[in-house]
Design a binder for this molecule. Structure first.
Ligand code: NAD
Length: 454
């Protein structure tokens, strides 16, 4: 069996050896999940709900431990990591209400009664990226098991530690053996097997657009159900009538949070030309104040990049000729540290302006008017999220309707609330996670007609 050495990105020191599943182990885990499905789907709705609430409670009792693991494994700031562990708890609690409310419909038809049922799919394969190991895992497994499915979950190679611990906590909470299985391993082996194995009835994939397209092609062979959450290059649009002070103060967090390794990062800032200078002045102050420091400090706002490889990939976008407006700070010493960097785009064709960098780099571009702002925001293959800053309500409504993205925030930067749907337009994905409708993505609608004439 091969192993992978987890590295602490803040220090570059090894943390732990993790065993990586091979094909035989993957197949055995899928078979175990299939066996568990036969009984899990029959557990009464009230009992399933209780088990999910137990799971949420046990996660709650381990928030600090999970958060510390994430700091060590992923370099997330401790503040973020606590929020992420709390998000797993909250999402479990939210979907614990689902088993008892998985309603079908009674539809009026002639000569009988027609009822729809929401049936579970079977074994669900959840493939998770390294940037938010806990929340993204929870958005997949919580609604999946709530709806009566069983789950095989593959964390990213780089960040398996919290997923493994969540698997153990599920057992501690009384979730029956085989219902929630965590198998660390390579994408090309374990992840790929979720796609090709006929027992896995759905794949939930979050990751890069390139790998997502391959998975979509693979799933086509079996018409396998699929949810994709992919990349982004979201726009932060700042109109002249906005509270520029507030927009500038919020902009660093909207793109440099998690060191920019966030699919929702607002990595294109579009500013109305008449306020460009005033915005840039205030933005520079905010970026220089943004605290890039050891992630275990409560004051830390940004930690390191996840790996040496990611550091090199991000640096490719910053050649000597890069049009750097200003940068923030970073600590010296070992670890994959990078200072937040603000570029002035010279054209919409700039690589750094167009491509998802997944690092602490943002490009700023001026626009002329509302139509220009919408046109520029939509000039991207992606459409995941975005922000609009304006005091004009009509404009905020028009622009939020005009921007082709799944998650827009007005005069704020948040994209993810577990009560509301999350997902992308265009090449940012397919389907939606979270919110009241997520159960639809984990069930088939079965229609049954009862003849009342016989
Ligand atoms: P990645 O695509 O390299 O890997 C994601 C996961 O897929 C990992 O677990 C990996 O092991 C697995 N994988 C790799 N090759 C595979 C294959 N052939 N078959 C099956 N599984 C395979 O992405 P990453 O570098 O881990 O994550 C960063 C990307 O994720 C970024 O592009 C980011 O935008 C995206 N992302 C999107 C969202 C969203 O919700 N839209 C959220 C977080 C991250």
């Amino acid at each position: 069996m091969s192993t992978y050495t987890v590295i602490n990105p803040a220090t570059a020191a090894p943390v732990k050896e993790i065993a990586m599943a091979d094909l035989a182990m993957t197949d055995a885990t899928i078979a175990k999940a299939q066996k568990a499905f036969e009984s899990w789907r029959l557990v009464s709705p009230g009992d399933r709900a209780r088990l999910l609430r137990n799971f949420a409670r046990v996660v709650d009792e381990h928030i600090e431990e999970l958060a510390q693991l994430e700091v060590q494994n992923s370099g997330h700031t401790i503040g973020n990591a606590r929020w992420e562990a709390g998000n797993v708890r909250d999402v479990l609690n939210y979907y614990s209400a689902a088993p008892e409310r998985l309603f079908g419909r009674q539809i009026p038809v002639p000569n009988g009664i027609d009822i729809t049922f929401k049936e579970p799919l079977g074994v669900i394969g959840v493939i998770v990226p390294w940037n938010f190991p806990m929340p993204i895992a929870g958005w997949g497994f919580a609604p999946a098991i709530a709806a009566g499915n069983t789950v095989v979950l593959k964390p990213a190679e780089l960040t398996p530690m919290t997923a493994i611990r969540l698997g153990e906590l599920a057992t501690e909470a009384g979730i029956p053996d085989g219902v929630f299985n965590v198998i660390p391993g390579k994408g090309s082996i374990v992840g790929e097997r979720f796609v090709t194995h006929p027992t896995v009835r759905k794949v939930v994939f979050t990751g890069s657009t390139t790998v997502g397209k391959g998975i979509m092609r693979g799933c086509a062979d079996q018409v396998k159900r699929l949810t994709l959450e992919l990349g982004g290059k979201s726009a932060n649009i700042i109109f002249a009538d906005a509270d520029i002070e507030k927009a500038a103060a919020g902009a660093p967090g909207s793109v440099f949070d998690n060191a920019g390794q966030d699919c929702c990062a607002r990595s294109r800032i579009l500013v109305q030309r008449s306020v460009l200078d005033s915005f840039m002045e205030k933005f520079e102050v905010a970026v220089k104040k943004f605290r890039v420091e050891s992630p275990d400090l409560d004051t830390s706002e940004m930690g390191p990049l996840i790996s040496a490889g990611q550091f090199d990939r991000v640096m490719e976008y910053l050649p000597d000729s890069a049009n750097v407006a200003f940068t923030g700070t970073k600590p010296s010493g070992p670890g994959y540290w990078m200072a937040p960097t603000v570029l002035l785009a010279t054209s919409t064709a700039d690589r750094a302006y167009r491509e998802e960098i997944f690092g602490p780099v943002v490009s700023v571009l001026p626009f002329e008017d509302e139509a220009d702002a919408i046109r520029l925001a939509n000039d991207s293959e992606y459409g995941l999220s975005g922000s609009i800053w304006s005091r004009d309500i009509g404009r905020a409504v028009r622009v939020s309707r005009g921007v082709e993205a799944g998650n827009i925030s007005v005069n704020s930067h948040s994209s993810v609330r577990y009560w509301t749907p999350f997902g992308g337009y265009k090449q940012s994905g397919l389907g939606r996670e979270l919110g009241p409708d997520a159960l639809d993505a984990f069930t088939e609608t079965k229609n049954v007609f009862f003849d009342t004439n016989s």
